[in-house]
Structure formats: structure tokens, C-alpha cells
Design a protein around this ligand. Structure first.
Ligand SMILES: Nc1ncnc2c1ncn2[C@@H]1O[C@H](COP(=O)(O)OP(=O)(O)OP(=O)(O)O)[C@@H](O)[C@H]1O
Ligand SMILES: [Mg+2]
Length: 761
């Protein structure tokens, strides 16, 4: 496309944005708040580099936070430049890491067709490694082990260094990890596999240790650009440093107030120390927000101002006023879900120019909260999509099919072998598998290879051994086919030959859904076009079978990438997944103290600040309307929790808020303010007109005395308001311990106490 479009785009930028977009050589940092156009600057700069400075696209490396963002960036730049910017590397750190590793894995001792273990597969490998070292997985939680290893990896701490530091220490857990870490890495290598962290760490290792490769990439990438830089970890920092060291042409954009991945090893110092790491940096600050109304922006500014540890910046907008922020108090999570759905329906029908479901996003702190919301959406018929939750590729049936594909692609993949060796059932029992593993381990052989000659191995039961050989034969037949067949037809035929539909049908009604999922997977494989893969240079594609490439694509699909922007539906996702996105209407649900912020944040000021940044990210996703919801009670992990409104919501100035209660609570209030107001609440309950329903409590309501639950707020005629601390006894003898706000702790017999439920909170 014409040159003029780049200048048009530059003209649409404000002066500060323009300075950043026109920056040519040397390091630069754009540090600016949400919605100030950082991502837009980055994209424009790439177009400008190509158009105005004649930089060949293949000399540019751009790092985005999701593959989806990478796709968008390619598209936008493609539009600006009049065609696909061939050869330009755009992707997440992981995708770029894979791309490098696919070329050079042999230098590290892996084959180029290495398998990528996802979180589940790596967790199972941790368990197997724990067991092989005689650690009891009950005492050494595999997730904890994995997380400690992952932390070490992201700090570029090698197994050897970890061993040195913790191998003899007092921390028994770390000592165990010091043993597991090298064994785990060795097991991955034996299977020609890498886990997600390796996709970052191994490229750094390669660049650090191999001057030839380092030189090659340094020459190739003349310009590096990174979005969402505040969430990079040490390994990513090193990666960029190694590549950009000579020319220093590194531009990073980010917002320290939006750093939300500290728990995963992201290091805020990367962005805060950028200027000292890269002397002579050009620093641009953007202060104008183009996304949100003044009301939303003011709220966001006030919230984040409570963080102590920040650089501090102001954001202003030209969009004056705006709809006030709704704060809706709900009864419980189901009531909250209804409120959200009804609000969306009403706005969809009546709202000013809001006619698309895709304009709405519902955000929450934890994945588990999506369940109640999803139920309400299903009942209402409002289309929705969930980002995250039980992810498509994590479903059992998908993992089973993928297990076959992985094994066919990489015969060394033991995780895949163990997953499918007896699925569908083919008479290979646990004992057979255990014996096979022993025999293979004794010889240092791979499982599949050992299976191919199982009848000659010691101790493997004959029947099982024959089946093992047949299984190995089957896999090798399909491996041969995979080399010449396209992945779609290959998968279709494989599912057919294995009789998977039959096996799933036999599982009953649930099997039907699973069959649909397998069909969806096949449809995806039939659509798959390796030519469109941007992780590999076109000339390199030939080195891999289409199956290898398909598996690679699947391994790198993040949750957000499944978000389909073309479908008109409401988006539900965690706050973490919402980073970088924007929507006209945003709901933040579950705003209760203890849930958001999570209660553990109270132990650590730094964690509290990260929670607050997460809230800031949520608030700043909204363009026009923001609605905050909280529930009086919420079932979490099977138990009712009572929460007061989150302090985050309380830090928004009242003038910006419109508090209200859900219709359900409103009707309760009306009932309770009838002439019988002075009657104790439980009288009303007995009469069946109260707010306590089966939905609230698991067991039927006791007829003799009202039920109280720990954490609940109550009102006493003389003692005033208080919080229930303990409930003992039952029936007529129910006693409650209440911490009254003014008079302290009292133990009361409910029958005589005439307590009321306190709505004032
Ligand atoms: N100069 C401008 N004129 C008009 N609209 C703009 C301008 N700059 C940015 N925008 C728009 O403002 C919105 C926010 O921009 P962008 O997503 O680039 O911000 P950001 O700083 O990357 O935000 P975040 O911190 O949330 O990632 C987008 O809709 C973008 O198109
Ligand atoms: Mg952005």
C-alpha cells in the first residue's frame, strides 16, 4: 500500500506518540499508562522503519504478549505496507524461541522435531521423576516442585547451580527439587521434549554459548521491538540483551502499573532499570488516554495512586464525563450472574448504539468464577465465549487423540506413550506397562522401541507383550504415513482405525460431547495450512512433516488466541487474560475482599500491590461503561464465604459511583421494611417470607431457631452490629459467638438473642 498511508497514520498520532514512532536508531522506552497508544506506536514505528528507512522486514523482530496480538500486528503492518511483510519475525517470546530452536536444536542435543510439553504433560513428568527418585508425591507436591523449578529456569539457574545452592540446605523441599530438577531435564531430553520454560531458556543458552549462532542473529535482527515489556522475566531480558547488545536498537513499551505476572517470575526491574541498562535511551511518556471516559480514567488513576512502589504518572483524556461506574451488590454468585446477563440483555436492546454482544466483557479474578456465569449465559441464550477455564486442548478426549499424534510424530515421547498405550482398551494392563518400563529402564531403551520387541523382554507377561508389539507396529505404520500424508486426512483415518468414536459412544451421553470435540479437532486439522505458519521461514518448512508443524501450532495456542473476534458474543475471561484488550462495556465481578484482592495478598505488601495493578488493568479495559459486582456470599471450594466490598472498589471516589443492589436483594429489602420491621428477622423466615431459601443453605432451615453462618453480619438491639465468629450446637441450643463492633465478643443463645441480619454492612 501507498506510502501516504504511513504518513497518514503518523499524522493521526499526537506529538509524543509521533516522536516515538519516528525514532530510528538506538534504545528507546515508551513508558505510559493504559490506553495511551503504546501498541499503536509500536505498530506505526515498524511501518515507518520499513517505509521511510528502507529496513527490510526480515531485519525486524517484534515481540507481543499473545499470538493473537502477533497476528493483528502482522495484519496491520501488512495493510500499511501493502502486503504480507514477508520474513518479519513477530510473535510471543515462546513462539520466537521455538522458531530459533527448530533451526538449531541439534546444537543443544535435541532433534529438530522435538515435542513441546504443555503444563499438564510437564506436571506428569514431574510426578514420574519424583517417583523414580523415591520421593513421595504426597509429601512433595508436584505442582510446588514444578513451580520452584520453573522459577529457577526463568532466572536462568541451571540444575547444577540450583544443586550447589540448595542441595545441602536446610530447606528440605528445595533439597528435593535440587535432585528432581536435573533428573527432570534429563527425562525431557531422553524424550526429545522441551517444556514451556525451556522455550525461553534454551534459546538463551544457545545464544550465550554459541558465538556463531549469536553472530548470525545479531546480524539478522537490526531492530527489536517489545510490547508489554513490564511483564518480562529475567530469561527474556537476557534474550533481548544478547540480541541487541551491539546496535542497541531495542524499543520497549510498557506500563509499570500493569505488571501482573510477578507470580510467574516477571521482574519489574526490567522496565524500571531500562534507562540505566541501555545508556542513552530515548524515553517517551504518553499522558493522553484515547480509550476511556473521564469517569473511568479518574477511577483508574485514584485506584493505582494507592500503590507506593511505582514510577507515577498521570493520564488524562479529552473524553469528558461519561457514564458513572455501577457498583452492584448481589446476593450470591448466581444472583450476580443474573445481574450481569440481564444488564447485557437490556443494554443490547436499548443501549446507545450498542448492538453487538462482542462489545461486552465479563472479567473475574479466578477461573472457577466462570461456572455460575456460564450457567446463567446458557440459560439466557446470550452468546458467550470463555477464554481459559477447561481449555479445549486440555480436554481428556483431545489429549488422547493428541497423544497418538505426538507419539506418531516423536516415538520418544513417553508421556504420549503411557497415555495411549491402552486407549482404547487393548488388553495392556498396568502390570504389563510396569514391567515394560523396568525392562526399558534397565537397558536405557525408549518405551516404544522396547515395546516393539516386548515378547523378548524379561518378566513381561506374554499376552500383554504381544499386544505391546502390535501397538508398536501400529504406531510405526502411522509414522510412515505421516511423512507423506496431510495432517487432516491422517487424523481422520487414524481416529477411524482406532475406533475412537465407538469407544466414546460407549461412555454414554457425555461421550457425545467428546465426539463433537474430536470432530472439531479434525476440522481444525483439515483447515490447517502450514504455509501460513509464521514461525518458520518458508524454505524451512520442508524439513518437517505437516504433522510436526500442526503439533507445534497447537502447543503454542494460548487461551487468548482462541478468542474469535468475528463471532458476536460476550467475552468472559480472567483479568490476567484481558491485558492489552479493550471493550465498550466491562464487568468486573467478584469484587469481594478476600477474593479480589485474594486474601493471601494481605500477607505481603508486594502481592497486594500486584493485585491492585490487576484491578487497574481491569478498570482500564473499559471504553464507555464499567460495572463492578460483588456478592454478599459466594460458594468457594464448596463453602460459603462472606465478603465485604473489596477495598479496591472503595478507593474509587464516591462521586464517580452509582451503588445499587440487585433486584433480588431489593425485593428482600422491601419485604424487610414492611410494618413488621421490628420483628426479629427469623420470625419472617419462619413465616417463609424471608430471604433464606434452599439456595442459600445446604440443609433445610431449622424450624426452631434461625441459622447463622460464620462471617455473617448481625444486629443486636443493645450490642449493635457485629460479625458472627462461631456457631455451635443446633436447634433450640444454637449458640453464636459474635464480635460486636463496639462492645467486643459475646456468646449468645440464638433463641433469646433476637438477632437481626444486618444489611447495612
Ligand atoms: N493518537 C490517537 N488517536 C486516536 N486514537 C488513538 C490514538 N492513539 C491510540 N488510539 C486508540 O486508543 C486505544 C488504545 O490504544 P492502544 O491499545 O495502543 O493503547 P496501549 O497503550 O497499548 O494500551 P494498554 O496499556 O492497555 O495495552 C486504541 O483503540 C487506539 O486505536
Ligand atoms: Mg497495548
Amino acid at each position: 500500500m501507498p506510502r501516504s498511508s504511513v504518513s497518514e497514520l503518523l499524522d493521526s498520532l499526537n506529538p509524543e506518540q509521533r516522536v516515538a514512532a519516528e525514532h530510528f536508531e538506538g534504545p528507546s522506552l515508551v513508558l505510559a499508562g493504559a490506553g495511551s497508544g503504546k501498541t499503536r506506536v509500536l505498530t506505526t514505528r515498524i511501518a515507518h522503519l520499513v517505509q521511510e528507512h528502507g529496513v527490510p522486514p526480515e531485519r525486524i523482530l517484534a515481540v507481543t504478549f499473545t499470538n493473537k496480538a502477533a497476528g493483528e500486528m502482522r495484519e496491520r503492518i501488512g495493510g500499511l505496507l501493502g502486503g504480507e511483510p514477508r520474513g518479519m519475525w513477530v510473535g510471543t517470546f515462546h513462539a520466537l524461541g521455538v522458531r530459533i530452536l527448530r533451526r538449531h536444536a541439534p546444537r543443544l542435543g535435541w532433534e529438530r522435531t522435538f515435542t513441546i510439553f504443555d503444563a499438564e504433560q510437564s506436571l506428569r513428568q514431574v510426578k514420574r521423576t519424583l517417583e523414580s527418585l523415591d520421593f513421595d508425591p504426597k509429601r512433595f507436591n508436584p505442582k510446588g516442585v514444578r513451580s520452584m523449578m520453573s522459577g529457577a529456569k526463568n532466572q536462568l539457574v541451571t540444575p547444577g547451580q540450583f544443586q550447589q545452592e540448595h542441595g545441602e540446605g536446610f530447606d528440605l523441599f528445595a533439597r528435593a527439587v535440587a535432585k528432581v530438577y536435573p533428573a527432570y531435564q534429563a527425562a525431557l531430553k531422553d524424550q526429545n521434549a522441551m517444556d514451556f520454560d525451556d522455550l525461553l531458556v534454551k534459546p538463551v543458552e544457545l545464544l550465550q554459548n554459541d558465538q556463531t549462532v549469536l553472530g548470525e542473529y545479531r546480524r539478522r535482527f537490526a531492530f527489536l521491538l517489545v510490547d508489554e515489556y513490564q511483564d518480562t522475566n529475567h530469561a527474556q531480558f537476557r534474550f533481548l540483551q544478547l540480541l541487541a547488545a551491539e546496535h542497541g536498537n531495542l524499543m520497549v513499551v510498557g506500563d509499570d502499573d500493569q505488571s501482573i505476572y510477578g507470580w510467574r517470575g516477571a521482574d519489574l526491574r526490567n522496565i524500571l532499570d531500562f534507562e540505566s541498562t541501555w545508556p542513552g535511551s530515548m524515553v517517551v511518556r504518553l499522558e493522553r488516554n484515547y480509550r476511556s471516559t473521564a469517569v473511568i480514567l479518574e477511577a483508574a488513576n485514584q485506584v493505582i495512586a494507592e500503590n507506593v512502589n511505582r514510577k507515577g504518572k498521570t493520564l488524562r483524556t479529552d473524553r469528558e464525563g461519561g457514564e458513572k461506574i455501577g457498583v452492584v451488590e448481589c446476593f450470591d454468585e448466581n444472583d450476580e450472574a443474573r445481574v450481569v446477563v440481564d444488564e447485557i440483555k437490556a443494554r443490547y436492546q436499548n443501549g446507545p448504539a450498542l448492538h453487538n454482544y462482542r462489545d461486552f466483557a465479563v472479567l473475574y479474578r479466578t477461573n472457577a468464577q466462570s461456572r455460575a456465569l456460564e450457567d446463567a449465559f446458557r440459560r439466557s441464550g446470550v452468546p458467550y465465549q470463555i477464554v481459559g477455564g477447561v481449555r479445549f486442548y486440555e480436554r481428556r478426549e483431545i489429549q488422547d487423540v493428541m497423544g497418538y499424534l505426538r507419539l506418531v510424530s516423536n516415538p520418544l515421547d513417553e508421556d504420549a506413550f503411557l497415555r495411549v498405550v491402552n486407549y482404547p482398551r487393548r488388553g495392556i494392563g498396568n502390570t504389563t506397562v510396569a514391567r515394560l518400563r523396568e525392562a526399558a529402564a534397565a537397558e536405557g531403551a525408549g518405551l516404544l522401541e522396547a515395546a516393539s520387541r516386548a515378547t523378548t523382554l524379561p518378566n513381561v507377561p506374554t499376552g500383554g507383550a504381544r499386544q505391546l508389539e502390535a501397538f508398536a507396529e501400529l504406531v510405526s505404520t502411522w509414522s510412515a504415513r505421516a511423512a507423506t500424508t496431510r495432517v487432516g486426512p491422517l487424523l481422520e483415518a487414524l481416529v477411524d482405525e482406532l475406533g475412537l468414536y465407538k469407544a466414546l459412544e460407549d461412555e454414554g451421553p457425555e461421550g457425545e460431547d467428546r465426539i463433537d470435540n474430536v470432530k472439531e479437532l479434525i476440522a481444525g486439522a483439515l483447515d490447517f495450512n502450514a504455509e501460513l505458519l509464521d514461525e518458520l521461514d518458508p524454505e524451512e518448512i520442508d524439513a518437517f512433516s505437516e504433522l510436526d508443524l500442526f503439533l507445534q501450532r497447537v502447543a503454542l495456542v494460548a487461551d487468548v488466541d482462541r478468542l474469535d473476534g468475528d463471532v458476536d458474543s460476550v467475552t468472559m475471561m480472567t483479568l490476567h487474560n484481558a491485558k492489552g484488550l479493550e471493550f465498550p462495556v466491562v464487568f468486573i465481578t467478584g469484587l469481594e475482599d478476600g477474593l479480589f484482592p485474594l486474601s493471601r495478598a494481605y500477607d505481603e505488601p508486594a502481592t497486594m500491590e500486584e493485585e491492585r495493578r490487576l484491578f487497574y488493568v481491569g478498570v482500564t479495559r473499559a471504553r464507555d461503561t464499567l460495572i463492578l459486582c460483588h456478592a454478599r456470599q459466594r460458594r468457594r471450594a464448596g463453602e460459603y464465604m462472606y465478603g465485604r466490598l473489596s477495598p479496591f472498589a472503595e478507593s474509587i471516589p464516591e462521586a464517580l459511583l452509582v451503588p445499587r443492589v440487585s433486584p433480588r436483594l431489593e425485593s428482600n429489602h422491601r419485604r424487610s421494611s414492611t410494618p413488621h420491621r421490628s420483628r426479629p428477622r427469623f420470625e419472617a423466615e419462619k413465616a417463609g417470607s424471608g430471604f433464606v431459601s434452599e439456595e442459600t443453605f445446604d440443609t433445610p432451615i431449622n424450624q426452631d431457631a434461625p441459622r447463622y453462618v460464620k462471617g455473617e453480619r448481625v444486629l443486636h438491639a443493645t450490642f449493635g452490629s457485629g460479625t458472627v465468629k462461631e456457631v455451635t450446637g443446633f436447634g433450640k441450643d444454637t449458640k453464636v459467638t459474635v464480635d460486636f463492633d463496639d462492645v467486643g465478643r459475646k456468646r449468645l443463645l440464638v433463641r433469646y438473642a433476637n438477632l437481626e441480619k444486618d444489611w447495612t454492612m
